[in-house]
Ligand binder design. Structure first.
Ligand code: TXA
Ligand code: MG
Length: 325
């Protein structure tokens, strides 16, 4: 059962857990977040595991300063102006990932953009001390509403996480507003803690809204970004010459010695480790230029469900549209 510690006394415990790759529920000004080191695949995998997310949705990475944000993503002039005006605060900006960005690909679900925000309160001090960004979705089980008190977090996730930091009810109480600037024009992806009109006043123009909510959730969007160049063959019990092999566990598919290259998601068959490795390994095998990536079976339990969901997307037939991305 999670320990619930008052924010005034919780800093050292929270830092120790996060440094060890654990997850901690922390207050932000919007809702409680389930935080983990955004540069550690295993920490991020733990977040998905605790939330029971059926698949890997991209998460918001929380930063402690604009300087930290600029190391992770590329700011256009309008996004920088919005950050200067509303950070710290309940505004999330979707930005292109910077090459070499420390953000783990599990945070972005393999997208080439990252959602960044600088929170207020306990989380801000925590990130400054940790010196690393924190990935944090709302601290509730998947399919339930966001938690705005420590008690609500403990009730929902208490059996799955070690620590809830209690700073009373969150002041904003709804999640952050999500905005993406495209070709100099801001688009509202999710309404939230900063009113659209406030953003429009700073931007000096109206927020585009068409299809916003649908786009965030649309599986097709992530499928197309995520699809490797190679074809993907799932549940492979045999490998053929010239294929690349994405392996799982200690035992190899027949003919593995013919594979162009092998990457193992988890030698010891650990699904959390496999989730953390998934995007790295797939991309690496894809880079070799094999026509086919054969994937050994991954059990569909726990995080395996999310892993198989992403693998199925990677293996799905491509729409004609996808080639235009
Ligand atoms: O106030 C908040 O934003 C809270 C606190 C904890 O910071 N966090 C939160 O996170 O609401 P979550 O994971 O429940 O929602 C994140 C939203 C999702 O709708 C996701 O699709 C979107 O952000 N998102 C993340 N990365 C994205 C990206 N690269 N492009 C488009 N949408 C993205
Ligand atoms: Mg949520």
């Amino acid at each position: 059962m999670a320990e619930v510690i008052a924010a005034t006394r919780a800093m050292a415990a929270a830092l120790a857990l996060l440094s060890a790759g654990e997850v901690v529920a922390v207050p932000t000004e919007t809702v409680y977040g389930l935080a983990g080191d955004a540069t550690s695949g295993e920490a991020v995998a733990r977040i998905f595991e605790a939330k029971g997310r059926p698949r890997f949705n991209p998460l918001i990475a929380h930063v402690g300063s604009l300087a930290m944000a600029e190391e992770l993503a590329i700011f256009d002039p309008l996004s920088r102006r919005l950050a200067e005006k509303f950070w710290p605060g309940p505004l999330t900006l979707v930005l292109p990932l910077k090459p070499g960005s420390a953000i783990h690909p599990l945070v972005t679900a393999g997208l080439d953009t990252v959602a960044l925000r600088m929170p207020r309160g306990f989380a801000a001090g925590l990130i400054a001390r940790l010196g690393r960004p924190l990935a944090a979705p709302s601290a509730n089980r998947s399919g339930r509403i966001s938690a705005t008190t420590a008690a609500a977090v403990a009730e929902d996730l208490g059996e799955r996480i070690p620590l809830v930091v209690d700073d009373g009810p969150t002041p904003v109480g709804v999640e952050s507003t999500i905005v993406k600037v495209e070709d100099g024009r801001p688009r509202l992806l999710r309404p939230g803690g900063v009113a659209a009109a406030e953003i429009e006043a700073v931007a000096g123009m109206a927020l585009a809204r068409s299809g916003a909510a649908a786009d965030i959730e649309a599986p097709g969007m992530m499928t197309s970004h995520y699809a490797p160049g190679a074809a993907v063959r799932l549940n492979a019990v045999e490998t053929f010459a010239g294929e690349a092999l994405l392996a799982f566990g200690p035992q190899r598919a027949r003919g593995a010695e013919q594979a162009l290259a092998i990457r193992n998601l988890s030698e010891r068959g650990d699904l959390r480790e496999a989730a953390a490795n998934l995007f790295f390994h797939l991309k690496e095998l894809d880079r070799l230029g094999a026509a086919m990536i054969a994937v050994e079976p991954v059990p569909d339990t726990g995080l395996g469900e999310a892993i198989n969901d992403r693998l199925a997307r990677a293996a799905a037939p491509r729409d004609a549209d996808d080639d235009n991305e």
